[in-house]
Design a protein around this ligand. Structure first.
Ligand code: GDP
Ligand code: IMO
Ligand code: MG
Length: 426
């Protein structure tokens, strides 16, 4: 039995797609457990680049079963588009399975996301309807895939919900309402296209685990975007953390063997919210340029800064990390000096643990440890023995600061630009 959870240890875009694809070669199942099309996971294989939003990043291995779990915010329109895009590129998607319990993103979710973002208070969302979708799920006014497929329940419930949503659109926003018949038609049609792939994915995945298969649970977003543990309210509306993997895949915690935290060798963030180590200078620009730090989903430039080990230590605790997959080390190749934030200075005190209050966080000044850079191109390195000593020191320092050993180091976006330091699957 080998069940591994893979989580983002920062604010998303850590390279989860690349690491998932790498591990998927050995995995029998890859399961997305939360988030929706707000995610953008990039996988580079040779000259081909794939941007995945809803489909698990294991899809490029035809033998691997790709599962969209119950915790995912499933936008059928985007999913069908993504499936078609992959088919056209010759990717076999016959092993894709969709949870009957996943909630369905409707057009009004995207509309409300947009309208809320156009107000005075901005989260900087991806406008993919994620907040409104999970709000409806928790308010018990959402649709699951199984409801969408039900010829009686879906029309009845949709009629009532559309009336409610149209009321809000009219009275709060002064916007025209949605037409029930159009929505019914369009979404029933989507449902029929998805029907052959819809199963009880918790049952499927647990049977696989019991049969001794290798299962990877792929997170979207990152620890600091978690609705409970992130920089609230500048977060997403789901649980990217390891606990979310159990709920969002329907797998009990006793079945999880390892938790891999994917962490970039520096920090980035898209959207609003505090970011203590953000660099608004030439170094920040350089990180954005060298790291090609532009959003996969929205194209927005990512905010860049030094690695924050206070956050890494926090992510290790919240997720119970057993392994680190460190990505984008090559982006630091040309730097003479590299900094790591090891604590925050807050007024007269020094904080070693990540604070809950955003007001405190906004006042925190990073306390930096400065290290020598390795000043060497690492893109071609495939073996840990060939890593420049200074790069090894940097990695060792990351390990020491969070107390978690590495399993993988990435030195480029390509599938092969990956160094294995220890095996993840037993
Ligand atoms: P995700 O959302 O966590 O899957 O990450 P994204 O795909 O949104 O962003 C990570 C970006 O970095 C993608 O463009 C990857 O192709 C790229 N990438 C991943 N690992 C590495 C690496 O080790 N080095 C470099 N230079 N790029 C990487
Ligand atoms: P991946 O899986 C980085 C950010 C948005 C915004 C906040 C809320 O590629 O790492 P939402 O649309 O979820 O309501 O937006 O969360 N965000 C991400 N940032 N990577 C992501 O996904 C993100 N998904 C959401 O920018 O700040
Ligand atoms: Mg991304």
């Amino acid at each position: 039995m080998s069940t591994v959870v893979l989580v983002g240890a920062q604010w998303g875009d850590e390279g989860k797609g690349k690491i998932t694809d790498f591990l998927a070669e050995k995995a029998d199942y890859v399961v997305r457990y939360q988030g929706g099309s707000n995610a953008g996971h990039t996988v580079v294989v040779g000259d081909d680049k794939f941007m995945l939003h809803l489909i698990p990043s294991g899809i490029l291995y035809p033998g691997t079963v790709s599962v969209i779990g119950n915790g995912v915010a499933l936008d059928p329109e985007i999913l069908l588009d993504e499936m078609e895009g992959l088919r056209q590129r010759g990717i076999d998607i016959s092993n894709l399975r969709i949870s009957s319990r996943a909630h369905v993103v409707m057009p009004y979710h995207k509309l409300f996301d947009e309208l809320q973002e156009n107000g005075d208070f901005k989260i900087g969302t991806t406008k993919r309807g994620i907040g409104p979708l999970y709000t409806d799920k928790v308010s018990r006014t959402g649709f699951r895939v199984t409801d969408l497929l039900d010829k009686k329940i879906f029309p009845e419930t949709l009629k009532r919900i559309v009336e409610e949503k149209n009321n809000i659109l009219d009275r709060i926003y002064g916007k025209p309402g949605l037409v029930f018949e159009d929505l019914l038609d369009k979404y029933q049609n989507f449902g029929e296209q998805l029907r052959p792939m819809v199963v009880d994915t918790s049952l499927l995945v647990n049977q696989a685990i019991d049969a001794g298969k290798k299962v990877l649970l792929e997170g979207a977003q990152g620890t600091l975007l978690d609705i409970d543990h992130g920089t609230y309210p500048f977060v997403t509306s789901s649980h990217p953390t390891a606990g979310g993997a159990c709920v969002g895949a329907g797998v009990g915690p006793s079945k999880i063997n390892r938790v891999v935290g994917v962490v970039k060798a520096y920090s980035t963030r898209v959207g609003e919210g505090p970011f203590p180590t953000e660099l608004a200078d030439e170094t920040g620009e350089m990180l954005r340029r060298n790291g090609d730090e532009y959003g996969t989903t929205t194209g927005r430039p990512r905010r860049c800064g030094w690695l924050d080990a206070v956050i890494l230590k926090y992510a290790a605790r919240i997720n119970g990390l057993t392994d680190l997959a460190i990505t984008k080390l090559d982006v630091l190749d040309s730097l003479e000096k590299i900094k790591i934030c090891v604590a925050y200075r807050y007024r007269d005190s020094v904080l070693y643990d990540f604070p809950d209050s955003l007001e405190v966080l906004r006042e925190c000044e990073p306390v930096y440890l400065e290290m020598d850079g390795w000043m060497q191109n690492m893109e071609g390195i495939r073996d840990i023995k060939d890593l420049p000593p200074k790069a090894q020191e940097y990695v060792n320092k990351m390990v020491e600061l969070c107390g978690v050993e590495t399993c993988l180091l990435a030195v480029g976006p390509g599938r092969l630009q990956t160094i294995v330091t220890r095996e993840v699957f037993q």
